[in-house]
Design a protein around this ligand. Structure first.
Ligand code: NAD
Length: 249
């Protein structure tokens, strides 16, 4: 993927940051779209400001995405790859949940990703080449207590990706999904803080995982790079779980 322009959302932290750094190591030109400006700039510093740039973007704001895409492409050329990694959740049992929080969860985890595809993947389809990886979650495949609306969004992303993979195959755009399991990032730490008994949750999960540990942010970077590379050329509409064997679906 040397010198290929790749946009990655959520690159200011956690899984997205490690993936962005790996893409930089592989030689890509990386555009980080994130709400967290300082975090995104810190990732750019690690990759190198000659090969990457940070854009302050709320992925659910179409105008911001459009403006950032134009700035990225005028500097690095047409976008060849897109990794949708940004996400957010707040733990609550569904019957205790607040519809105002549903709106935020849906805006970030589902609607924002739709906007990214509608704006960024459009150009890929017109040019006849594109690689997309959408980061969902095993919550979207097997469910997860305290994450009902988030799981609905993540399941939605899987179905959406499969549909777009069918619609855009003839345009040379391939799209696949990566589902991480529980991973030690700020998102997971905040989640366990919100859950009753959350302090014991991480410990319990680590015991339940056949490989006996929680995920680390850099456990996914290799798969994200692979799915954006030419080695994945004959693969589209697939969903891959990386969760230490927690889910074997
Ligand atoms: P994280 O909190 O470390 O990083 C999430 C990033 O998304 C942050 O940089 C944040 O600023 C950005 N972001 C949030 N809302 C945004 C918006 N509206 N516009 C632009 N950027 C926005 O979280 P993480 O754990 O690294 O999560 C990365 C992805 O992995 C998410 O899609 C998450 O749902 C998924 N995931 C995480 C876990 C886990 O246990 N950590 C498990 C399964 C799936």
């Amino acid at each position: 993927m040397r010198d290929k322009a790749i946009i990655l959302t959520g690159g200011a932290s956690g899984i997205g940051r490690e993936a962005a750094i790996r893409l930089g190591v592989e030689g890509a030109m990386v555009g980080i779209f994130d709400l967290d400006e300082a975090g995104a700039r810190a990732t750019v510093e690690q990759i190198g400001s000659d090969r990457s740039a940070a854009y302050h973007v709320d992925i659910s704001d179409r105008e911001q995405v459009t403006t950032a895409l134009a700035a990225f492409e005028s500097r690095f050329g047409p976008t060849r790859g897109l990794a949708n990694v940004a996400g957010w959740d707040s733990a609550r049992l569904f019957m205790d949940s607040d519809p105002a929080v549903w709106d935020k969860v849906i805006r970030i985890n589902l609607y924002g990703s739709l906007v990214m595809h509608h704006v960024v993947v459009r150009g890929m389809a017109e040019r006849g080449f594109g690689r997309v990886v959408n980061v969902s979650s095993d919550a979207g495949r097997v469910g997860s207590s305290g994450e009902s609306v988030y799981a609905a969004c993540k399941g939605g992303i899987i179905a959406f990706t499969k549909t777009l993979a069918r619609e855009l195959a003839r345009n040379g755009v391939i799209l696949n999904v990566l589902c991480p399991g529980p991973t030690e990032t700020p998102l997971f730490t905040d989640f366990t803080k919100d859950m009753p008994g959350g302090d014991r949750l991480a410990e319990g999960l680590a015991k339940a995982i056949p490989l006996r540990r929680l995920g680390q942010p850099d456990d996914y970077a290799g798969m994200i790079a692979f799915l954006l590379s030419d080695d994945a050329a004959f693969m589209t509409g697939q969903t891959i779980s990386i969760s230490g064997g927690l889910t074997m679906s």
